[in-house]
Structure formats: structure tokens, C-alpha cells
Ligand binder design. Structure first.
Ligand code: BES
Ligand code: ZN
Ligand code: ZN
Length: 493
């Protein structure tokens, strides 16, 4: 789908269909030209209501307000409502409450993210008839003139297209069936993307993991028929970087639970346990196109967690890359083991290459407890640095992702004590599981990096088996929009 901006008034733009939002039931707004007919159809402009008047080719959609989130969802609902029309172009006005550009990002993302469907495995594909969308700068609030801003709006349009592509790419990866996205396939895909985007890439196999002491990652991978891969992508900007950031992703291409086997109803959807890794791939795919002046290291721990005679087991003692010993008491708490070694890896890499990281963010579908605590739609945010967490929350808000902090405390840390090793891979309490998982990861962040690290548990929003907002059934691409927004802001700070 192509999206363009036009400084021409709506009436002068030719398109097959016009989309009009009725905002908070305001049926006498100048954009609404069919008020009496709409009333006859029982359309009152209530949030979520849709009415397509085929003879005049106008689609009316009710939204509660022109807040960014409402607009994004409204555009997603509109484009979905047009799945079966015989038309290929759409025009719509601007809905800006003030002179800024986020309304435009929200609309563009609404159309592109809302139009996404994952039908790779379906014989009959979904229709996506709308090929062109023109957004007129004729604004809903006539007192705000946007035409003078067309240049910065066009810039913002360009970035929103890049971000939306990145989200949809992430969705494709996360939605892939586990046998179509094994660790080595993920590495090949990463290499292909790196080639296209001009990124550096290094891929390491199980022998390298063994030689380099990534004993926790290796143990998780042992019983799988598909060998593990540690994938390291690097984006280096043209100019001198203003900051260096590491993004680490959990890439469990399948999580059966291992010997602490998941019950069958909990195993379904565990192909999406690679959503953190998928987000890293999406984010990395956008950086060069966005020309961000930040050096970004994307690190992925890709493996399956399976069963077999050689599986790692409860009671095993593992040695992580930083030398810490880990008592395994549950093999289903595998993500933290893989991430622990990946976090050690990137910190050691920075040290060996004599540079300092300004931030380390990890993205992981880490705990069911996070979903229990926050619900399916919200990312759990943890870390030691208040300012860093606030900057991530701010970026998430602007990007239209839901996030909430889960606070650390010293009593929870106690729960990870092991009688036989340095630390245990699960907590001794059934409560606070999202936080204790993050506190486990924290033990693999060196003292000098503690304030630079934040953990994002995306177990809730990464994969939801129903449509919500601009997200389809399945993978949402959680974390991508907020990370790109956060990196952009870091670049201007
Ligand atoms: N991949 C799961 C977490 C998960 C659960 C992601 C639901 C998405 C939806 C993770 O590896 C896991 O199994 N965690 C365990 C930890 C427990 C054994 C301490 C969990 O959450 O039950
Ligand atoms: Zn697990
Ligand atoms: Zn897992």
C-alpha cells in the first residue's frame, strides 16, 4: 500500500473511496456530508461503528476522540472494513489537534499495521484491495493550518512507513511455524536482511558456544534436533555515533518447556517465544533507512527448548559465560538462561573492543507471570535506573505501545538463592515471577552496566490470539515501535 500526503483539499483529490471519521458523535461536522442518511442507517458515530455508503463511496467510522491511539485504531478498523470492496484508492482528511506530527504517524501505522494479515499457510489469501491512500492536509480542526508543515510531515510519513514495515516484518518472523524458523533459518534470514540493509553480521554455532563458555545457553539447546545460533547484527552509522546501544532478544524458536514439560494447552503458541528475537530483527532492519546516528548491536539467542535423552534437567548445575553457577530447578525457565549468556556476551564484546555501551535493553517473552500481572496487552518494564525506565515509558506512549513498570525490591532477590550454586533459575516463591526473572537477568549484568540495563517482558502483547487495536490475530511486533522511538529520541538528546 502506498500512502501520500496532499496539500489539496479533500474535494479536489480523486480517489475511489473517501474515509470520514465521526469524532465523539459529532454528526454536524463539515466533514460529515451524509448526516441524515447515516441516521437512517442507525449510525450515530459511536466508537467502533462503521457505515459504508456504497452509492456515494464514503466510509464513515466512529472514533471517541482524535487522540493518537484512537486514530490508529480507527484507521485499522477502516482498512479492515474495506477488505472486500471493489476499489483501489482511498482519501482521508487530517486529524491533528495541534501542530505536531504524531497524528500522521498514528494514521499511517493504523492503515499499514491494520491491513496486515498472516496468510502464508492459507490456500486462499485475504484481499487487500486498497493500494493507494491519500491523506489530505485539510484538517478536521479548520483553525489549524497544516499545509505550511508539509515538509516535516513528509519526513514523518517516510519514517512511519519504515517503522510499519519493520513491525510487519517482525510479525512475519514471529508468526512463522517453528519448523520454518529454526535457529539456523533465523540466522539465514538475519544474514539476508543484513545484506540488504548494509549491516554487519556474525553467527555462532554450538561449538563456538561451548568454546566460549556459554554453558547456560548451550544446555537449553542440547536436546533439540536444530542446532542453536547466537546472532550478532551491528548497525554503524555513517557519521560518528552519538551513542552505542545493545538490544538483546530471546529467540526460542520453540519452547516445549523441556523436561519440565508444559501442559499441551500451554505449549500452543510457543512458536512465538522467539518474539524478542523477531523484534530485534525488525528494529535492526529499520536503522539504516532511518539514518540514526547510533551504533546498535542486536544480539539474538536462537534455540529450541526440547526433550530427549540428552536434555538438560532439573538438578543440573550450569556455568554461565561470566562464571556464575546456576542450579536448574525448572527447565521451562529457559529464556533467562539463554539471555544470561547473551547479555554476558555483548558486555564482554564491548570490553574486548574497548567501547562503552550507553544502554542495554533486552526483549523477551520471559514469563507467564507478567501476563497474569499486567494482562495481555501491556509490556512489563524492569531495571535499576529510574531515568532510563521513564525514557522508555515516554517512548512507548508516543509510539502507541502499552508498558508498565514492575518494581524491584531486595526481598524478591532473596528468593533466587540456591543451596548448591550461586543462583537458582527459579524463585522459591510462586509470586512475583516476572520480577524474579528480571532479577535473575540482573545477576548477569556487570556492576558498571547495572544502571544502563532495562528488561522488557513482552510475553503478553507479543502474541495474542485475537485482534486488538491495530494488531491482528497472532504476532503484534511488540517492542519495535517503542524501541525505534526511543532510539530516535536518544539520538536527539
Ligand atoms: N516462554 C515462557 C513464558 C511465556 C508464557 C511466554 C506465556 C508467553 C506466554 C517461559 O519460558 C516460561 O515458560 N516461563 C515460566 C517460568 C517458570 C517456570 C518460573 C512461566 O512463566 O511459567
Ligand atoms: Zn519456558
Ligand atoms: Zn520460553
Amino acid at each position: 500500500m502506498d500512502i501520500d500526503l496532499s496539500s489539496m483539499p479533500l474535494a479536489q483529490i480523486s480517489a475511489d473511496i473517501e474515509l470520514i471519521f465521526v469524532v465523539s458523535g459529532e454528526m454536524n461536522h463539515r466533514f460529515v456530508r451524509d448526516a441524515s442518511l447515516l441516521e437512517e442507517c442507525g449510525f450515530t458515530g459511536k466508537e467502533g461503528q462503521k457505515c459504508y455508503l456504497a452509492h456515494v463511496k464514503r466510509l464513515y467510522v466512529g472514533i471517541a476522540s482524535i487522540e493518537w491511539d484512537e486514530l490508529r485504531t480507527g484507521c485499522a478498523q477502516a482498512i479492515r472494513a474495506l477488505r472486500n470492496v471493489k476499489a483501489s484508492s482511498l482519501k482521508v482528511g487530517a486529524y491533528a489537534a495541534k501542530r505536531e506530527t504524531n497524528w500522521l504517524a498514528a494514521m499511517v501505522e493504523g492503515f499499514l499495521l491494520g491491513d496486515y494479515s498472516f496468510d502464508r499457510y492459507k490456500s486462499t489469501k485475504e484481499n487487500h484491495p486498497i493500494e493507494n491512500v491519500t491523506i489530505s492536509l485539510e484538517n478536521f480542526d479548520a483553525s489549524i493550518n497544516l499545509v505550511d508543515d508539509i515538509q516535516i510531515l513528509n519526513e514523518r510519513l517516510k519514517r512511519s512507513l519504515i517503522v510499519s514495515d519493520a513491525v510487519n516484518f517482525t510479525r512475519d518472523v514471529a508468526n512463522s511455524a517453528p519448523d520454518d524458523m529454526t535457529p539456523s533459518m533465523m540466522a539465514s534470514l538475519a544474514a539476508e536482511m543484513a545484506r540488504e540493509e548494509g549491516l554487519e553480521i556474525s553467527v555462532y554455532d554450538e561449538n563456538w558456544l561451548e568454546e566460549n563458555g556459554l554453558g547456560a545457553f548451550l544446555a537449553v539447546s542440547r536436546a533439540s534436533a536444530h542446532a542453536p545460533r547466537l546472532i550478532h547484527l551491528t548497525y554503524t552509522p555513517q557519521e560518528r555515533p552519538v551513542a552505542r546501544v545493545a538490544l538483546v532478544g530471546k529467540g526460542l524458536t520453540y519452547d516445549s518447556g523441556g523436561l519440565s514439560l508444559k501442559p499441551s494447552e500451554h505449549m500452543i503458541t510457543m512458536k512465538a517465544d522467539k518474539s524478542g528475537a523477531s523484534a530485534i530483527l525488525g528494529i535492526m532492519s529499520a536503522l539504516a533507512k532511518m539514518e540514526l546516528p547510533i551504533e546498535v548491536h542486536g544480539v539474538i539467542g536462537a534455540t529450541e527448548n526440547m526433550i530427549g535423552g540428552n536434555a538438560y534437567k532439573p538438578d543440573d548445575i550450569l556455568v554461565a559465560k561470566n562464571g556464575k553457577t546456576i542450579e536448574v530447578r525448572n527447565t521451562d525457565a529457559e529464556g533467562r538462561l539463554v539471555l544470561a549468556d547473551c547479555l554476558c556476551y555483548i558486555q564482554d564484546y564491548a570490553k574486548e573492543n574497548e567501547f562503552e555501551l550507553d544502554a542495554i535493553l533486552d526483549f523477551a517473552t520471559l514469563t507467564g507471570a507478567c501476563v497474569v500481572g499486567l494482562g495481555e496487552y501491556t509490556i512489563g518494564l524492569m531495571g535499576h535506573n529510574k531515568k532510563l525506565k521513564e525514557s522508555i515509558e515516554e517512548a512507548a506512549f508516543k509510539a502507541g505501545e502499552l508498558i508498565a513498570e514492575l518494581p524491584f525490591n531486595p526481598y524478591l532477590k532473596e528468593l533466587l538463592k540456591s543451596q548448591v550454586a550461586d543462583i537458582c533459575n527459579i524463585s522459591s516463591s510462586r509470586y512475583g515471577g516476572a520480577i524474579t526473572a528480571a532479577l535473575f537477568l540482573s545477576e548477569f549484568i556487570s556492576e558498571e552496566n547495572r544502571q544502563k540495563w532495562a528488561h522488557l517482558d513482552i510475553a503478553g502483547p507479543a502474541f495474542v490470539e485475537k485482534e486488538w487495536g491495530c494488531n491482528p490475530h497472532g504476532a503484534s511486533g511488540a517492542g519495535v515501535r517503542l524501541a525505534l522511538q526511543w532510539l530516535e529520541e536518544l539520538a536527539t538528546r
